[in-house]
Ligand binder design. Structure first.
Ligand SMILES: *[C@@H]1O[C@H](CO)[C@@H](O)[C@H](O)[C@H]1NC(C)=O
Ligand SMILES: *[C@@H]1O[C@H](CO)[C@@H](O)[C@H](O)[C@H]1NC(C)=O
Ligand SMILES: *[C@@H]1O[C@H](CO)[C@@H](O)[C@H](O)[C@H]1NC(C)=O
Length: 605
């Protein structure tokens, strides 16, 4: 226990606080860009390295020399570095002291002139990330190679791989970011594997995305630009891109990404071996302020899940999945996909009905594609050898009519078509108010025609870690039998109550803060809060499904609650005010508990 787990929990605490703040901001502001929100939690993989930033402060970064402006500027490309080509066409390694090379952070001096400061602020306002810093960085900048050695072994991948069409949808994206995204695809992929890059302009009005963009790519025939005739939103823009794509595999990226060396082959390899495999790269974080590229090795990979609000979330790779692989760099099954970064066989995508789910604008599309993939005969994987960086914005910079109702409408459609008898758990969360969710006959017919499996099959086989409220082994009060036997486990379990010691209170039989569930995997929980012990206090902590600190084994005979990683037992102190962990002793009433409605037949065998 001790230092390591304390460090881990400190780190995770920090990350959770940061992401909570992000989410609060994201929810306050309406946002079209679901992808950004959806995958923001992958930051858990990539704690921001503040030290690196601070070190950079005393580097001799000059005030940026008139970086080209982004929009409505006479000569916006003035400061763009041309690709540094060698005679044989190879790209020369850029000098490492240029800003942002090797994915290093660019930190602006604090004493910027008023004029520059205004440019920096304008960049943030327009893009919700530091456009000024992005403009200082080469659109061909070098990146670290985040791959494990294992990924680079010869003959790792099939020699004959299918080519892909890379589809990048954008709306009023910053010039340097969009170009860097496209160049990172072209510069870091074998030429014959990129059938084309389809840029889908979702009705932007910034001038640099018009003729200037056409001119820039005139000499690169593999880049196609497709324009929506009105504002379509992410889903219909992606559909538009798919219709224009001619490659056998579709790869969707966001317009503020950077692909790293060798990102593409491991994705295409999985699809070549089995075209029903849908693959996602590991999504690394590009810092929105410094554009630093953060990454971790493949041991830090998380997989996607969701909760009963039908919100995407991350969780650790389950142990049983880890055991399947001899190497942590091998692809892992993921119950859901994080965001809009994935590759799929085009024919399989079409068979699944693509994105054409009658969803509005955004929201829920990645969960739908995930459920559909798994239930209708496919596999969804995260491929640790493939790394793509992504800027997570804290808000969407775009105006868009949108909000809660669009999201709810999509989620209700999702629940109606795919969730079977489990839909009730989502409806409980929204006060059973489904609203108008449109016609779903065609979607149900698609599911029938494809002979898709049940949602129960999906939960049992692909996402057994999801806590299904109806499956609890016990629910109600958890009463301690010591010191008179009138003390119950009692704590609120909202987000703000997490990371704090769990409490005790005289039993009141009113539910509320004394209502707990004992899950079939041995958690003591309410909603997403789990009783957790890592060597000090017994606290509530976000449930992580990986046992260890959150695993409690209840023995109906002795009535002891034995803790997984410490092998101690849960008890209460003599004044009945504090949960304590002690050497297990079945003669001591203060370690004995009754769990209401305990039904051992529901236990995971
Ligand atoms: C900012 O500070 C640096 C060194 O501290 C100095 O060289 C530079 O001239 C200053 N720039 C402005 C605009 O004051
Ligand atoms: C209590 O503990 C003792 C010794 O560890 C063991 O032999 C006994 O079976 C336990 N009783 C119950 C009810 O679990
Ligand atoms: C029980 O724990 C509380 C909180 O730490 C403490 O104030 C109290 O003195 C303890 N009671 C006993 C008898 O140890």
């Amino acid at each position: 226990m001790g230092v390591l787990s304390r460090r881990r929990s400190l780190l995770i605490k920090l990350v959770v606080i940061v992401s909570t703040a992000w989410f609060t901001i994201a929810f306050l502001l309406y946002s079209e860009d679901r992808t950004d929100r959806g995958i923001a939690l992958s930051l858990q993989n990539n704690p921001v390295n503040r030290e690196a930033r601070e070190l950079q402060h005393d580097s001799n970064l000059l005030e940026p020399a008139n970086p080209f402006k982004n929009d409505d500027d006479e000569n916006p490309k003035a400061n763009l570095q041309e690709p540094r080509k060698e005679d044989d066409g190879g790209v020369l390694l850029p000098p490492q002291n240029l800003p942002g090379e090797l994915g290093k952070p660019v930190v602006l001096p604090t004493n910027l002139s008023a004029e520059v400061k205004k440019m920096v602020d304008d960049g943030w306002l327009k893009n919700a990330f530091n456009q000024y810093v992005s403009d200082m960085i080469s659109v061909h900048r070098s990146l670290p190679d985040p791959r494990d050695e294992w990924c680079k072994k010869p003959n790792r991948y099939l020699t004959k791989l299918p080519a892909t069409s890379v589809i990048i949808c954008f709306h009023n994206e910053a010039w340097s970011i969009l170009l860097r995204t496209v160049h990172s695809v072209l510069d870091r992929s074998p030429k014959h594997l990129i059938k084309e890059v389809v840029l889908v302009d979702d009705f932007s009005d910034m001038s640099h995305l018009k003729q200037q963009l056409e001119d820039y790519w005139k000499s690169e025939p593999r880049v196609k630009i497709v324009r929506a005739k009105k504002r379509e939103g992410l889903i219909r823009a992606r559909l538009l891109g798919a219709r224009e794509a001619s490659g056998p595999v579709l790869t969707y990226l966001d317009s503020h990404c950077e692909c790293t060396d060798g990102w593409l082959e491991p994705l295409l390899d999985r699809i070549a071996r089995d075209p029903t495999t849908v693959v996602c790269p590991v999504i690394d974080v590009i810092d929105d302020t410094t554009l630093e590229y953060h990454w971790r090795d493949s041991s830090g990979v998380n997989v996607g899940g969701f909760d009963w609000n039908l919100q995407f979330n991350w969780h650790a790779v389950p142990d049983k999945e880890k055991k399947k692989h001899e190497n942590s760099a091998e692809p892992v099954w993921s119950p859901t996909m994080a965001g809009g970064l994935f590759s799929i066989d085009k024919k399989f995508f079409e068979k699944l009905g693509t994105y054409d789910s009658g969803f509005d604008i955004w929201g829920g599309e990645n969960l739908e594609l995930s459920f559909k993939t798994w239930m209708c005969g496919g596999t969804l994987e995260i491929v640790p050898c493939s790394h793509v960086g992504h800027i997570f914005r804290k808000r969407s910079p775009y105006k868009w009519r949108s909000g809660v109702n669009v999201l709810r409408r999509n989620s209700v459609r999702l629940a109606e078509v795919w969730l079977d008898e489990y839909a009730k758990y989502y409806y409980q969360r929204i006060g059973n108010d489904k609203g108008d969710f449109g016609d779903i006959t065609a979607r149900r017919k698609l599911r029938d025609d494809l002979n898709c499996k049940s949602f129960k099959w999906y939960l049992d086989n692909i996402y057994p870690e999801l806590f299904v409220p109806g499956d609890a082994v016990a629910n109600g009060e958890f009463r301690n039998l010591g010191h008179g036997g009138k003390t119950c486990l009692d704590s609120p379990a909202r987000k703000s109550d997490l990371h704090k010691p769990a409490g005790l209170y005289p039993c009141h039989r009113q539910g509320g803060n004394q209502y707990w569930m004992y899950s079939k995997t041995g958690e003591i929980r309410r909603d997403e809060a789990c009783l957790d012990y890592s060597g000090q206090e017994v606290i509530l902590y976000p449930c992580h499904g990986s046992k260890g600190n959150q695993y409690w084994e209840y023995d109906e005979e002795s009535k002891l609650l034995r803790h997984g990683s410490s092998d101690k037992c849960l008890g209460i102190n003599a004044s009945k005010t504090k949960l304590i962990m002690e050497q297990c002793n079945n003669n001591s009433n203060n370690q004995r508990w009754t769990l209401e409605n305990y039904d051992s037949s529901k236990l995971n065998k």
